[in-house]
Design a protein around this ligand. Structure first.
Ligand code: ACM
Length: 510
């Protein structure tokens, strides 16, 4: 057994070693000692976690640590230059816990590692941690999860709960799929009917809903405090029935369709090349860009089966240029790579299978040819809405059959599209489409545990032999670590699925 395997953390850290000696024990007198820019904010979040999970009240002090303290130190030389953006170190000895990082983001990921090492019984039992030493940094800067709030709407509280859960496995981008045939979920002040009418229902006739601009700003700020960037998506020119139902003038026919509550795709399109549509585009892209401090604005572009090829190309060139004119980087599903007129730097999101079919690989390479990078979301392993096994109540099964946990873990993003290696990849994202998910519990059942597998693919070092990923990734070791993480999920009340093949432990009461 390597030293790595004795420290149970997901994603697997770059290096983790247990040390000899007495454990750290959190005493009632312990404090969180902070130094450096942003350390107090990270400490505040750790303090809140220890209060809610462990009923320990620690104070944050701007003083050097003394015996028994938890120290968070942010300074450039804490981390090697090439890993400063998000790297951290964590040492635990009897004398104290010390997290070192060059940035608040790095320190925050160190805190997430620490949270996984804190015993779940910490509210009633002594809080002890065996001595260890970790150095860690991510393989990819973009580690994403996508939540489709268009099919079924999930409001601000549900999304905050989702953010709280994803950061524990160091996911740092939340892509919100805000618009689709079934609903428009973000208030646009200049086009109020988009939400007043287009947000009034959802899949299966569910009640719908939308974020006001003030709720959305609050969500963006909540995410940012947790080092998560929100990536808003306005899916266009297909997947637009909710917009078309709200404004007849956006339709090629000039007639508004009914609101849609089914699960078909590919039947809707904006009228492209039209002055009203162009005004709509400038307004919605402008308002969403203004709400978004993050660098990305996703404009979809997938499954435009009712848009002619010529119209599609014209639309994508125009919409992506509008995004760039707002100072944002456009992101699009890989079909957008059909365009040779993308603003330099446009990001493509690949959603075909591990083995590309048709032109999906070439469309993905097109983003790199045009100076951009790629996010990998292969549907047959990273789509969280695909059933775990045949006959499941939740999910769909179109992506090459069920996706077991093992499949979500045993793959490598640099072995999918020939010619696309780590240097072309922004990162990895696991999307959840919610046609069949109506509740937070439904969402959590589909997302956990598979998101933990995809998060490890995105964060941890590439397997030594990526030619043979099957044998290079140690699923048994992952499953052991997952059992420990499952205890934390259970304590947090997360409705994760106890899939077979993992030595889950008994549920602990919170
Ligand atoms: C997609 O799954 N239509 C991106």
């Amino acid at each position: 057994m390597s030293a790595n395997q004795r420290v149970s953390v997901i994603p697997q850290p770059v290096s983790a070693e247990t040390r000899d000696g007495a454990p750290f024990t959190l005493a009632p007198t312990a404090r969180i000692s902070v130094a450096g820019p942003g350390a107090a904010e990270v400490a505040g979040l750790l303090m809140a976690e220890l209060a809610s999970d462990c009923r320990r009240d620690l104070t944050v002090v701007h003083e050097p640590p003394v015996y028994g303290d938890i120290a968070i130190v942010i300074a450039e030389d804490e981390v090697a230059e090439e890993h400063r953006a998000e790297g951290y170190s964590l040492t635990v000895t009897a004398e104290g816990v010390r997290i070192g990082a060059a940035t608040a983001a790095g320190a925050f990921w160190g805190v997430q590692t620490l949270r996984q090492l804190v015993p779940v019984e910490c509210a009633t039992d002594p809080l002890t941690i065996a001595p260890l030493s970790i150095r860690d940094h991510p393989r990819f800067g973009y580690r994403g999860a996508m939540l489709d709030v268009a099919r079924h709407f999930f409001g601000p509280d549900a999304v905050k709960r989702f953010i709280d859960a994803i950061v524990l496995v160091k996911v740092n981008h939340l892509h919100l799929h805000l618009t689709d045939d079934q609903g428009w979920r973000i208030e646009i002040e200049s086009w109020p009917n988009l939400t007043a009418h287009g947000g009034s229902t959802g899949s299966d006739g569910s009640p719908g809903g939308f974020f006001t601009q003030s709720e959305f700003r609050d969500l963006v700020a909540y995410a940012a405090e947790r080092h998560v960037t929100i990536v808003p998506e306005l899916d266009m020119p297909g997947h637009t029935n909710a917009a078309l139902a709200s404004y007849p003038e956006l339709n090629p026919s000039g007639v508004a369709p009914e609101l849609y509550t089914g699960s078909k795709v590919g039947f809707s399109t904006l009228q492209t090349g039209d002055p009203t549509t162009d005004r709509f585009l400038a307004d919605v892209i402008g308002e969403v860009a203004a709400l978004t401090p993050g660098p990305y604005l996703h404009i979809g572009g997938d499954e435009c089966l009712s848009t002619s090829s010529e119209d599609f190309l014209g639309f994508i060139a125009h919409a992506s240029a509008l995004v760039a004119s707002q100072g944002k980087t456009a992101v699009g599903w890989h079909e957008m790579g059909k365009s040779e007129n993308l603003p330099s730097g446009t990001v493509g999101q690949y959603w075909d299978f591990l083995t590309p079919r048709g032109s999906s690989g070439d469309e993905t390479l097109s983003f790199v040819r045009q100076g951009g990078a790629v996010i990998m979301s292969p549907a047959d392993v990273s789509y969280l809405d695909i059933v775990y096994e045949d006959g499941d109540r939740l999910g769909q099964d179109w992506a090459d059959g069920p996706t077991e946990l093992r499949s979500a873990f045993v793959w490598d993003p640099a072995r999918i599209v020939a010619g696309l290696g780590d240097s072309h990849l922004l990162g990895v994202e696991a999307p959840l489409w919610t046609e069949t998910m109506a509740t937070v519990e439904d969402v959590e059942e589909m997302v956990f545990p598979r998101l933990a597998a995809v998060a490890e693919v995105a964060w941890s070092v590439a397997p030594a032999d990526t030619e043979a990923v099957e044998s290079a990734r140690d699923f048994a070791d992952f499953a052991d670590r997952l059992a420990a993480l499952g205890e934390h999920w259970a304590a947090a009340g997360i409705a994760f699925r106890r899939v077979p093949g993992v030595p889950w432990r008994d549920t602990v009461s919170a």
